[in-house]
Design a protein around this ligand. Structure first.
Ligand code: ATP
Length: 294
């Protein structure tokens, strides 16, 4: 079953492009990554899904229900962490969270305490005494306190230190194990790689790829790092399937997609002193995608 279905969603802000013909689905129980460079259209897609802004054309459903018509009903089962959080500064953290919890028809006080403990958040402090990272934690607790079935996170880790990021990821994995579906927007590729099973890549408002992370990393490319006994010319590597070729003296690195035996045979011509064949990072794969699509 698809928890989110997005069909040809387009949003123009006046004449300027937000997103164009965005379509993808997120399946139940999935952790789905939504990645792209700044201004690509991630927040616009998410805000449209949550009915915070209205699309110019196209449609979207959450839990099989139209996002605009059923927005209040859907909101009860969705946890949302916006990319920037703004609060009434004078409130205490606990009061703000209790207020947020009052929108749901269940007692969230135990969960608030648990989440605050996990995220190391002082509930007694006033919002305006909190650092940027601690305000982000308030947003995280607010997004998760009602144990939503769908969690939508827009650039969630900016401002969190590495230890907190890890705790937050563990928390998301736990929520996912309990059954929550997660849509995570990010431009930090390594976090998408760690958490997500599938990914949509957006650029200039359009989806340019929709892939399984495992297909991207395992089946598509291998990264070769080779040290030769002698320097070798660029021409030698003029071969189908080679991308991101870099030659520095007798050291060569590239991404290769294709029959690995052909590459091994090719390399048997030259004297190699060291070789490393590894999975490329998503960063390396995507930089290549972006360049190709540009
Ligand atoms: N309120 C607005 N008015 C006019 N244009 C907007 C508005 N909000 C977004 N845009 C434009 O829509 C496009 C997509 O922006 P969006 O914020 O969705 O991108 P993003 O992928 O979330 O980027 P970032 O990672 O920088 O947050 C950009 O060109 C942006 O300038």
């Amino acid at each position: 079953m698809n928890v989110i279905e997005i069909e040809n969603l387009t949003k123009y802000y006046g004449k300027s492009r937000g997103i164009v013909d965005v379509s993808f689905n997120v399946e139940e129980g999935e952790i789905f990554g939504f990645i792209g460079p700044n201004g690509a259209g991630k927040s616009t897609t998410i805000r449209t899904l949550l009915s915070l802004i209205y699309p110019t054309s196209g449609s979207a459903t959450i839990f099989g229900k139209d996002c605009i018509k059923f927005a209040p009903e859907i909101a009860k089962e969705v946890g949302y962490l916006p990319s920037e959080v703004f609060y009434y500064d004078k409130m205490k953290v606990i009061d703000l969270l209790k207020y947020a919890a009052s929108f749901y028809k269940k007692d969230c006080s135990k969960r608030i305490k648990e989440l605050a403990e996990i995220m190391d958040l002082d509930l007694k402090k006033r919002i305006d005494d909190l650092s940027f990272g601690n305000k982000k934690k308030v947003g995280i607790v607010q997004g998760l306190l009602h144990e939503p079935k769908l969690i939508i996170l827009d650039e969630p880790t900016s401002g969190l230190d590495p230890l907190m990021q890890q705790k937050f990821f563990d928390l998301l994995l736990e929520e996912n194990k309990k059954g929550a579906t997660i849509l995570l927007s990010s431009h930090v590729l390594s976090e998408v790689q760690r958490l997500c099973s599938r990914v949509a890549i957006i650029k200039d408002g359009k989806i340019i790829r929709l892939e399984k992370i495992s297909d991207l990393t395992e089946h598509n490319y291998k990264k070769f790092k080779i040290e030769m006994k002698e320097e070798i010319g660029k021409d030698y590597f003029e071969l189908g399937g080679i991308n991101n070729l870099e030659i520095k003296g007798n050291k060569v690195s590239f991404l290769f997609k294709g029959n690995i035996n052909l590459m091994i045979n090719k390399l048997s011509d030259v004297e190699i002193t060291n070789i490393l064949i590894e999975e490329p990072s998503l960063e390396e794969i995507f930089i290549h995608y972006y360049e190709k699509e540009a």
